[in-house]
Design a protein around this ligand. Structure first.
Ligand SMILES: [Ca+2]
Ligand SMILES: [Ca+2]
Ligand SMILES: [Ca+2]
Length: 278
């Protein structure tokens, strides 16, 4: 049971002084309840005024953009700007949303449709090894090493230079055994890049970057390479005509043994290719 003495520590001096003047206990408690209700009423009124002011301000803003029916309440959010930013990812400048890159194999210059990122020397895994990677690499002329273990270790992949293997292919026989340059080209005004094998022209609406011959390692290797498009007019790295192999670039023929749509595809025809952007 609540004792009068217990109230001494709860109510202020005015309340205590009125009790000291003879207000009985029940009357005092009744006044206390009414006072509490008044406080609640004041809080509700203040909340309503604040809310009304907020809605009025919001209405004022929406009026400038045109008014409409009030939509459903959205999910609870945070005013902390870092919360929605982390959910949506960092803002990306519009300029970074456009552009693409490609490697022009066999050249150290980009076509007029693109700009050079860097040029270098083609490389890859040794043609007769069964391991390491299978893709051709465009290695920069000036490598920079992180701290490395000196000497040659067995538990490694291995990268070598690249050579054209085109002695029996008249259009490119002049570059046979020369090492292969490459260049990475950047296109800022188009988003998409596509290498199309089997043709030397791009579909309508696409821009041709370069065309040439489809190439890969020869068919009988234990470790195949990828297919890439080597420029129709390839350059060479001067002074590299020695037959040193490394990773090698051979022309690629279409064959009609199975189900290519021949005779549109020529049995034994070295395939063209084109790199297109859009
Ligand atoms: Ca060579
Ligand atoms: Ca060779
Ligand atoms: Ca042929």
């Amino acid at each position: 049971m609540l004792m009068f003495s217990d109230l001494v520590g709860v109510f202020g001096d005015d309340r205590l002084s009125s009790m000291e003047k003879g207000v009985d206990h029940a009357e005092f408690l009744n006044e206390r309840v009414i006072g509490t209700k008044l406080k609640v009423l004041v809080c509700v009124c203040l909340f309503s005024i604040n809310r009304h002011n907020g809605e009025a301000a919001q209405q004022g803003n929406s009026d400038t953009a045109g008014s409409g029916p009030e939509g459903p309440a959205g999910p609870a959010g945070s005013t902390d700007p870092e919360v929605p930013r982390s959910l949506a990812g960092p803002p990306v400048p519009a300029a970074d949303l456009s552009g693409t890159i490609y490697i022009r194999w066999g050249r150290d210059d980009c076509p007029s449709t693109a700009s050079k990122v860097y040029d270098g020397v083609a490389g890859g895994a040794w043609f007769d090894f069964t391991g390491s990677g299978s893709n051709y690499l465009c290695l920069p002329w000036d490598p920079v090493y992180l701290p490395y273990q000196s000497g040659k270790q067995d538990y490694r992949g291995m990268v070598y230079n690249a050579e054209y293997e085109t002695s029996d292919f008249p259009p490119l026989s002049n570059v046979h055994n020369y090492d292969v340059p490459c260049v990475v080209c950047e296109v800022n005004s188009r988003l998409k890049m596509l290498m199309i094998p089997g043709t030397e022209s791009c579909p309508a609406g696409w821009i041709e970057e370069y065309d040439g011959y489809l190439m890969s390692d020869m068919f009988s290797r234990d470790s195949p390479t990828e297919f890439v498009c080597v420029d129709q007019y390839p350059d060479v790295i001067p002074g590299t005509s020695a037959d040193e192999n490394g990773v090698v670039f051979y022309p690629v023929e279409s064959r009609c043994f199975s189900n290519l749509p021949c005779p549109k595809y020529v049995d034994g025809g070295e395939l063209a290719c084109v790199v297109c952007t859009k």
